[in-house]
Design a protein around this ligand. Structure first.
Ligand code: SF4
Length: 220
């Protein structure tokens, strides 16, 4: 398996926000999102056997494991998942590649026009994850109201059932300079007004907690 990094932190995003988690960041991605905050994972890697990955994960001692990237579904995860079956495992994917693995939570993060990668979006695959996986959340990176409305149209087109949680988080690439934390919180306030107008029941606005705590630093 091509591994970019393995580290322990808290889950900063989505429904597991705040949970102590070990991250297994796999290398390689089939997209090139403008706002990508893990571009180093496109190319940096160390080749490890599934056994070596599992052993490093077990050493870190955390019950929750998040397999992320890059795009983890570019690689065959069968053996790695088998070795991690006694842990609670989440896979984070951009929703352009279908996979049949059985994990505890799927986080599907489809890309909107603000990513510059809309041409690669696969509403058919996102819809299939949403309908067929027993535990799945959709996560959208948004700049503004326009993006939130685009995400809602995307979910409709993809046939995402109302029971599936949809999480919006601000695009952290927008925030630079000394006042970035205050600007981030202000943006959350703006987006909160928009999210309250959505009639769908299962929507949430969440910050990236790790970014708010530590800033945009690697392995946090
Ligand atoms: S899909 Fe994720 S890892 Fe790949 S370029 Fe986009 S944000 Fe980065």
């Amino acid at each position: 398996v091509k591994v970019c990094e393995i580290y322990r932190s808290i889950q900063g995003e989505g429904l597991d926000i705040g949970r102590p988690t070990t991250f297994v960041r796999l290398s390689g991605c089939n997209l090139k999102c403008t706002f990508c905050d893990t571009k180093y994972a496109w190319t940096e890697f160390k080749e490890m056997t599934p056994e070596e990955v599992a052993s490093e994960v077990y050493k870190l001692g955390c019950r929750n494991i998040c397999i992320t990237g890059g795009e983890p579904l570019l690689q065959d995860l069968t053996e790695l998942l088998d070795r991690l079956r006694h842990r609670r495992v989440t896979i984070e994917t951009n929703g352009t590649i279908w996979a049949d693995y059985d994990v505890d939570l799927w986080t599907v993060s489809p890309k909107l026009s603000n990513s510059g990668q809309l041409q690669h979006a696969r509403p058919d695959i996102v819809g299939r994850f949403a309908r067929e996986k027993r535990n799945v959340q959709l996560k959208f990176v948004v700049n503004d109201e326009k993006d939130i409305l685009e995400a809602m149209r995307f979910c409709e087109r993809a046939g995402v059932p109302a029971r599936v949680p949809i999480v919006f988080q601000p695009n952290n690439a927008l925030f630079k300079g000394q006042t970035w934390r205050a600007d981030y919180v202000k943006k959350l306030g703006e987006l909160a007004e928009v999210v309250q107008k959505i009639r769908r029941p299962n929507v949430r606005l969440l910050p990236q907690l790790h970014v708010l705590i530590w800033g945009k630093v690697r392995r946090r």
